[in-house]
Write a protein that binds this ligand. Structure first.
Ligand SMILES: Cc1ncc(COP(=O)(O)O)c(C=O)c1O
Length: 393
């Protein structure tokens, strides 16, 4: 009887060679599931546990009620592109043309992969500075590029420009930089930006500058956008996220600014991998951006949370690393445990009731430093509850 064989063959989906064979479930998903299972305070995944400004929700609602519910222009709603262009010009002194040089994206992650697909050809090399956000490597690999991993200096997480210079080859197409930095919480200085410009001078290397935490720089520091540096701005895609700035990570709306020739290439890819981003969110964000106060007040808002969290941690056996920006605080746990970082995070979640993320998860090699990352974008009560538990260790 041949029928059963045919049926069983037909029941199998065709075999697929994975484009990303090394990618599995991310540590963020794993730790969040473990946190739920154990009723732990989740300081792992990077998102706020408080709501956004209801005025922003009202602005989106109003746009929907006004009937702004159909496809917007491919590059984004003009009013939002203008609001972004105005903000960047005011804060960083570089005017991007709202029509040709600003594009609204479905969050920063889509912006990053779209920029990579737009400029990276098979065999091109792209430098990433590790530890880094987990989408960079797979985006480069999907474009057929080669990921060249340059470490930030262990424990201080400062960029080492000699190492970056040595990593440049005739095949280098781009470098991805990120300030303020996830996961370390460091922020680049003006000197760092100048050093980057020097290293790249005379090359055709492009910069993908991930600036999603641009409005979270503390202690009176200045966000060092590559837009501030005319020479770098000419070779850069700047990527940001309304999700981070306005406490709406689930809306997945962000933007990219780049000189027109780069943006032309970006839009060729963008129009086929998302085409457009949801219309009422864009109108709502454009109206909300008329008032700069929410983003101008953000450093103070998050600095207060950072200070509260650090003051509490000072009374524990964790050793604090600097947190100059972003909403992350890294700590050294070597006085508490000799476990490897991921094992320590699992133990911390299940036994102490607080979830964190191992820094090794941000290195392809799984490099170990006995450091974990906490996210302090949480209500004060959440932070206090976590601190109470951490103080017992
Ligand atoms: C450094 C960095 N870049 C990009 C993103 C993604 O932003 P979005 O949610 O807008 O895609 C994140 C989110 O955690 C991030 O930390």
């Amino acid at each position: 009887m041949s029928t059963p064989i045919v049926e069983s063959l037909a029941a199998q989906p065709p075999r697929v060679d994975s484009r990303l064979p090394h990618v599995g479930t991310t540590i963020f998903t794993v730790m969040s599931a473990l946190a739920n299972e154990h009723g732990a305070v989740n300081l792992g995944q990077g998102f706020p546990d408080f709501d956004c400004d209801l005025a922003l929700v009202d602005a989106v609602n109003q746009a929907m009620r006004e009937g702004l519910n159909q496809y917007p222009p491919m590059a984004g709603v003009p009013a939002l592109r203008k609001a972004v262009s105005d903000k960047v010009a005011t804060l960083y002194g570089h005017r991007y043309d709202a029509d040709r040089e600003v594009t609204i994206t479905a969050g920063a992650t889509q912006a990053i992969i779209t920029a990579v697909l737009a400029v990276v050809h098979p065999g091109d090399e792209v430098i990433v500075l590790e530890p880094c956000y987990d989408s960079y490597g797979p985006s480069i690999e999907l474009a057929g590029g080669r990921v060249v991993r340059v470490p930030l200096t262990p424990r201080s997480f400062r960029p080492d420009f000699d190492l970056i210079r040595r990593a440049l080859t005739s095949r280098t197409r781009a470098i991805i930089v990120n300030t303020p930095h996830n996961p370390s919480g460091t922020a680049w200085s003006e000197h760092d930006i100048e050093s980057l410009a020097q290293v790249l001078r005379g090359t055709d290397v492009l910069v993908l500058s991930d600036e999603v935490y641009e409005h979270m720089v503390f202690d009176g520091g200045t966000h060092q956008s590559v837009a501030r540096h005319p020479e770098l701005a000419q070779r850069s895609f700047i990527i940001s996220s309304f999700g981070k700035t306005y406490h709406v990570t689930g809306w997945k709306v962000g933007y990219v600014c780049a000189p027109a020739p780069l943006m032309d290439e970006f839009r060729k890819v963008h129009q086929f991998n998302v085409f457009t981003v949801n219309t009422p969110m864009q109108h709502g964000l454009a109206r909300y951006m008329a008032d700069p106060a929410p983003y101008l007040e953000l450093p103070g808002f998050y600095q207060a949370k950072r200070d509260r969290f650090r003051a509490g941690l000072a009374g524990t056996r964790f050793r604090l690393l600097p947190s100059e920006g972003s909403y992350f605080q890294c700590v050294d746990y070597s006085a508490i445990s000799q476990l490897k970082e991921e094992d320590f995070c699992r133990w911390l979640t299940s036994e102490a009731g607080v979830a964190a993320i191992p820094l090794s998860a941000f290195y392809a090699s799984g490099f170990e430093q006995q450091i974990v990352r906490f996210c302090f974008a949480k209500q004060d009560a959440t932070l206090d509850k976590a601190l109470e538990r951490l103080a017992r260790l």
